[in-house]
Ligand binder design. Structure first.
Ligand code: EPU
Length: 306
């Protein structure tokens, strides 16, 4: 795609979606990632409805336009050159509902994980406390099978509402979704629209105490500076954070990107970092881990664009 085509994609999309759908050009992706790096997306869309999302997907598929879905951008590195195509974000209220139905919680893909945890706690429903500290959306958590404090998203998911790239909607159960540590393969070719979490009733004070303990552990072991959470999946042999610590690499810096002093598996933006700084630091860590310990580190974060 040339830059000349960008206005026509934005215009074509604007013409076929409802007025409430947001369509912007040259959207800086640094605004949409927790690491605060990344160049512009040619076109950025926040669909107002599922019907509009289907229209956007059909347009992209029919015209050979690349697209990807961003949640809250907490597990994402967008390269400095940005993204040639359409970035879709399910940030509008229609995608963000959270409803309690008995012992289940029905959540839209755009709902914030923290809000899901808080709504569950208020209703005396346990099982999703660990979501409280993950700065992501339900859609992103499903796609990555995000986890913390020994819990993972799919531990309590009973069904996921998905849209395929032709705009068809279906309900899927986790057993058909190829779920593993930090990955859900079924959502590499479909978009999560929402999910149902199965919880269990418990006294509110107990749920609250667990959330407090998780929060304290997080604040004492993870950095507050902008980051994308853990950068690497934990290898079987050793947690990536401990490995990087043992290699003496905490505090290492390239440009504005630094390996956190609090936790070796977090790369933080010290201010003014570029995606190139972050990617160079990732390469440095991979090389050192391979040379010193024979361990291959694999990124947990998605790297897109360029
Ligand atoms: N450790 C070190 N030095 C460090 C960091 C960690 O020695 O700089 C040691 C810790 O003392 C501990 C072990 O390594 O013995 C594991 O560390 P931690 O308990 O912090 O857990 P982790 O395996 O590094 C995982 C998830 C986190 C999640 C935490 C807390 C992965 C890749 N990371 O981290 O998830 O918040 O557990 O439950 O699975 C994320 O995925 O983005 C993420 C932040």
């Amino acid at each position: 795609m040339t830059t000349l085509e960008t206005p026509s994609i934005a215009e074509a999309l604007t013409a076929c979606v409802s007025a409430a759908t947001v369509v912007r050009r040259d959207e800086p992706m640094a605004k949409h990632t927790t690491l605060r790096v990344g160049g512009p997306a040619d076109v950025y869309v926040e669909p107002a409805t599922e019907a509009d999302l289907a229209v956007v997907l059909n347009y992209c598929q029919g015209n050979g336009v690349k697209f990807f879905v961003v949640g809250r951008g907490s597990n994402l590195v967008v390269r400095d050159a940005g993204f040639r195509g359409v970035v879709i974000c399910l940030a509008q209220p229609g995608f963000g509902k959270i409803e309690i139905v008995g012992e289940k919680i029905h959540c839209g893909a755009g709902a914030k994980l923290k809000d899901v945890a808080v709504v569950a706690k208020r209703a005396g429903l346990a099982g999703v406390e660990f979501l409280e500290g993950i700065p992501g959306s339900v859609g992103g958590a499903l796609r990555m099978n995000a986890g913390a404090m020994a819990g993972a998203t799919f531990d309590s998911v009973t069904s996921v509402r998905v849209m395929d790239y032709a705009g068809q909607i279906a309900e899927m159960t986790p057993d058909a979704m190829a779920v593993e540590y930090r990955c859900c393969a079924a959502l590499k070719s479909r978009i999560a629209l929402g999910a149902v979490f199965q919880c269990r009733p418990e006294p509110r004070a107990e749920i609250e105490a667990r959330m407090k303990a998780y929060s304290e552990k997080r604040w004492s072991s993870q950095p507050a500076a902008p980051s994308a959470g853990c950068m690497f999946k934990n290898p079987a042999a050793i947690p990536a954070g401990r490995l990087i610590d043992e290699l003496g690499l905490k505090g290492a810096k390239i440009g504005g990107a630094r390996i956190s002093l609090e936790h070796g598996n977090f790369l933080v933006n010290d201010g003014g970092a570029t995606a190139a700084d972050v990617l160079a630091l990732i390469e440095l860590l991979k090389t050192k881990a391979r040379e010193a310990r024979g361990i291959d580190l694999h990124t947990e974060v998605e790297i897109v664009g360029g």
